[in-house]
Design a protein around this ligand. Structure first.
Ligand SMILES: [Zn+2]
Length: 240
């Protein structure tokens, strides 16, 4: 298995303002062979209906981002991202594919770790792991590798794609809170509470405490943890 540290997203740039084409692997393969490449340069193509087709073998370096084909994976979305946003089915399939690739290539745990630090830490990490082709300009100062392409398209907002992906990471980083653990009975604490609170009630009646003070004492007595311990203590010791 290759070592992967980044995934790049692309558009097939296939279509017009009025027509979005459901570009196939075979079409892209033919275009790339015309350029003299060994075949399709992307590892996956996601069709308009969300079908994920395999392109170049994952085990082989792609041909999709000049200067960054080593250690990266290329996903191409059918259609034309300058004219049409990705379909809901494409977006959903992309999220599933990204999650599965990030897990398969061992990048998921570091994303979980960043998510556990802060939303900002996760955002920064994701921006360095999942990029649109045009965003290569963020990570290189080499003019040879800078691009003027809009790929994956002017209609594609990479920050919002990463935010959606970030929600998937966070869902696993912060699992739903567990119900509170069952109360644990502690004899020493229970006895101290029982003795002292009973003592205060005895004092209260002798000293004729004000309603406000009695209310304060009552709110302590009714606290869930206090009530649990006193109730258990009375049961254990047969106190009515
Ligand atoms: Zn591209």
């Amino acid at each position: 298995m290759r070592t992967i540290n980044r995934i790049f997203l692309h558009t097939a740039a296939h279509g017009t303002a009025t027509q979005n084409y459901d570009t196939t692997v075979q079409q892209i393969d033919a275009w790339h062979r015309e350029r003299g490449w060994s075949g399709i340069g992307y590892h996956f193509v996601i069709r308009l209906d969300g079908t994920v087709n395999a392109g170049r073998s994952e085990d082989k370096a792609g041909a999709h981002v000049a200067g960054f084909n080593t250690g990266t994976m290329g996903i191409c979305m059918s259609g034309h991202g300058d004219h049409h946003p990705w379909t809901a089915a494409q977006n959903a399939a992309l999220m599933d594919l990204l999650v599965s690739l990030l897990k398969k290539y061992g990048l998921w745990p570091s994303l979980i770790a960043e998510a556990q630090k802060s939303d900002d830490a996760l955002r920064v990490k994701l921006a360095n792991v999942v990029l649109g082709h045009r965003e290569v300009n963020r990570i290189t100062n080499n003019p040879q590798y800078k691009t003027t392409k809009s790929c994956p398209g002017n209609r594609i907002n990479m920050d919002s794609i990463r935010a959606t992906l970030g929600q998937r990471v966070k869902a696993e980083a912060n699992p739903a809170p567990q119900p509170p653990a069952a109360e644990v009975y502690d004899e020493a604490t229970a006895q101290a509470l029982f003795t002292h609170i009973r003592g205060l009630y005895t004092l209260a009646s002798g000293m004729k405490w004000s309603d406000a003070m009695l209310d304060a004492l009552g709110s302590i007595r009714k606290d869930a943890r206090v009530d649990f311990l006193i109730t258990e203590y009375k049961k254990k010791h047969g106190i009515p």
